[in-house]
Design a protein around this ligand. Structure first.
Ligand code: CA
Length: 230
């Protein structure tokens, strides 16, 4: 089976080689760029399905590359996985807010990189085919009815506030996807219940309490945000 085309943007040759070797072995077509400038050019030229983008690059840095790629209408369906050094959570947050789909922290094992790439490509593909705004989401004994603004756990309705419901629905619609606090605020903003990024944490505490045995479906991603368990 023909696999997807992946572009690696990374200036460190050893790491690029490690990525290329492992992705090729999985059957992906791989193109490499050592600078952000070249990365942008190759992304436009080759139209890969996914870009692995190191943030620490000479010249245009990775965040700028991410912004540029995301603002390019011709690259709407391009998946972006950013790569950062451990402890660079603020960069991860910025990258996600600029539209990156996921991230990997260095040092990473090839196995983790492949798993992340595969998951992002799968989620992207699924996103295009299903899950409209109003689809009912079910996870074991928990059902989320967006149309009715209702959550049922083991046949009993759960009393969520408007904001709690919005946050749960946002996360549950895209399992595995990490949302930063700002992205959560942004998604529920403009309603009767304004939230700050600090109060997102408070909302999550309340939400987990009400979800009872399903509380751990909402995972904390340290220093970055929250996600619904995949
Ligand atoms: Ca680098």
């Amino acid at each position: 089976m023909a696999r997807e085309h992946i572009l690696i943007v990374e200036d460190e040759e050893d790491i690029r080689e490690l990525m290329r070797y492992n992705l090729s072995r999985e059957g992906y077509t791989v193109t490499e760029a050592g600078t952000g400038e070249k990365g942008i050019r190759l992304a436009r030229e080759k139209k890969p399905e996914l870009v692995i983008l190191d943030l620490m690059l000479p010249g245009i840095d990775g965040l700028e590359v991410c912004r540029t790629l995301r603002n390019d209408d011709a690259l709407k369906s391009l998946a972006i996985v950013i790569v950062t050094a451990k402890g660079e959570e603020p960069d991860i947050v910025t990258g996600l807010e600029l539209g990156a789909d996921d991230y990997v922290t260095k040092p990473f094992s090839p196995r983790v990189l492949i798993a992340r790439v595969r998951a992002v490509l799968r989620r992207k593909a699924g996103e295009e085919t299903n899950a409209t705004e109003d689809s009912i989401i079910q996870r074991e004994g928990m059902k989320i009815h967006p149309g009715r603004h209702e959550v049922i756990i083991d046949n009993d309705p759960v009393d969520l506030t408007y904001t709690e419901f919005k946050i749960l629905h946002l996360l549950a619609r895209r399992p595995g996807w990490v949302f930063t606090r700002y992205q959560i605020v942004d998604a529920v903003r403009g309603e009767d219940h304004p939230v700050s990024d600090r109060s997102v944490d408070v909302q999550i505490v309340g939400l987990r309490k009400k979800l009872g045995r399903y509380a751990d479906l909402i995972e904390t991603v340290r220093g970055v945000g929250y996600r619904f368990k995949e």
